[in-house]
Design a protein around this ligand. Structure first.
Ligand SMILES: Cc1ncc(COP(=O)(O)O)c(C=O)c1O
Length: 394
């Protein structure tokens, strides 16, 4: 064997002293990811099996069945896409938009912007309606816009993680049907945590993620589409311009044929099966109640401490609370203090709310009374140390 001269990325002679991978223990109470459930971590650490092994095929069917329950739908095409929430988000645009087709996007935060960006890249004719970050749209506003703009797709974020707003979806599906338009919903911060009834609300297409309500690590993006969406997909005149996210190809693997498309991230699918099983075990309504109850406890506790919440209670999002950083407080300093000294992560505001609010997530396994108490105690005892004026009142 010839002696190869190996290069070292760090330009050092020997990397053999690299320590074993170590990750500090954290309680993730930010916008996501949330902590994975211990049973999910157990499933994740199992040895991989082949993605066409009959045991794996059977596990895939379990995942689809459990996902249909969690989405509350009977859609044949219900599957977890490989990739984080943005993968299924992009699939929803790539598969259902053809060049020049009209999409109406109701934007009230950062993730509405991402939908606009994606739709523009796929050369849609994009119309946008907008609300300030912290408000929701009314049914009447949406109805009017759909009736006058007549889009092929209407897209909206159910739970806007950047602003902490929960968008009511009642009745919008019916308006879409009457106007021959597909109803697309971003449920990244609501699936498995908040009431979401895909069939009853006539939602044609929806996507989510694994790392929030489903108590898994990031890596999969659950997706579902009904017959109306299937019909639109099969009537495309042009090829889906994204191979990896092409739903007709993915359906050959997740549908009855089980034909190889790409190597499935099998361990993530073990994990999501477990996360979904835990939800089914607890019961979906109990899961929703737990998230609502713990969020209310957090909101009341923060207000008792003199803090102000960014969003009105009528459309405040139970999975993600935006709380105003008091003017006299060093917001980043306090956040870093919680992380470094207590191992607790909360989020900074995103986009235009950066530096104005903290974002506190209570999602999936992390939505517990104990976590709320722990965080409120820290706000009570530690926050005054980060007041610029060293005062305990805000
Ligand atoms: C509402 C919303 N949509 C889309 C996404 C994108 O998901 P991901 O970061 O998993 O790709 C996020 C991420 O947090 C989100 O909160």
């Amino acid at each position: 064997m010839t002696e190869a001269k190996l290069i070292s990325a760090l330009n050092e002679e020997n990397l053999s002293h690299f320590p074993k991978t170590y990750v500090p223990s954290r309680l993730l109470l930010g916008p996501g990811p949330s902590n994975a459930h211990p049973e999910v971590l157990g499933a994740l650490s199992l040895n991989p099996i082949g993605h066409l092994d009959e045991a794996y095929i059977s596990l895939m069917s379990d995942v689809q069945q459990l996902l249909r329950y969690t989405w509350q739908c009977n859609n044949r095409l219900t599957l977890p896409m490989s990739g984080t929430g943005s993968a299924a988000m992009e699939a929803s645009i790539a598969n259902f938009i053809e060049e020049g087709e009209k999409i109406l996007i109701a934007k009230k935060g950062y993730f509405g912007d991402r939908l606009v960006d994606m739709a523009t890249r796929y050369k849609a004719d994009v119309s946008v309606i907008e609300k300030p970050w912290g408000e929701s749209f009314s049914y009447e506003e949406i109805k009017y816009e759909i009736e006058t703009k007549k889009p092929a797709i209407f897209a909206i974020v159910h739970a806007e993680t950047s602003s902490g707003v929960l968008q009511p979806l009642d009745g919008i599906g019916d308006v879409c049907r009457k106007n021959n338009c597909l109803f697309l919903v971003d449920a990244v911060t609501s699936l498995g945590a908040l009431e979401l009834l895909i069939d009853e609300w006539n939602i044609d297409l929806a996507y989510s993620c694994s790392q929030k309500g489903l108590s898994c690590p990031p890596g999969l993006s659950p997706f579902t589409m009904n017959k109306r969406a299937e019909e639109k997909l099969s009537s495309r005149k042009t090829k889906v311009p994204n191979w990896y996210l092409d739903l007709s190809l993915l359906n050959k693997y997740w549908g009855s044929d089980r034909v190889y498309h790409h190597t499935a991230p099998v361990n993530m699918n073990f994990a999501i099966r477990e996360g979904l099983r835990l939800i089914a075990n607890e019961g979906l309504e109990n899961v929703w109640n737990r998230h609502n109850t713990n969020a209310k406890k957090l909101w009341n506790g923060l207000e008792r401490l003199g803090m102000e919440l960014h969003v009105s209670e009528d459309y405040r999002l139970p999975t993600l609370t935006t709380v105003k950083i008091p003017p006299a407080v060093d917001g980043d300093g306090f956040r870093n203090h919680l992380l470094r000294n207590f191992g607790i992560e909360i989020g900074n505001g995103l986009g235009e709310l950066s530096g104005k609010v903290w974002r506190i997530g209570l999602m999936g396994f992390n939505s517990s009374e104990e976590n709320v108490d722990r965080l409120l105690n820290l706000f009570d005892t530690e926050l005054k140390k980060y007041s610029i004026f060293e005062s305990s009142t805000f």
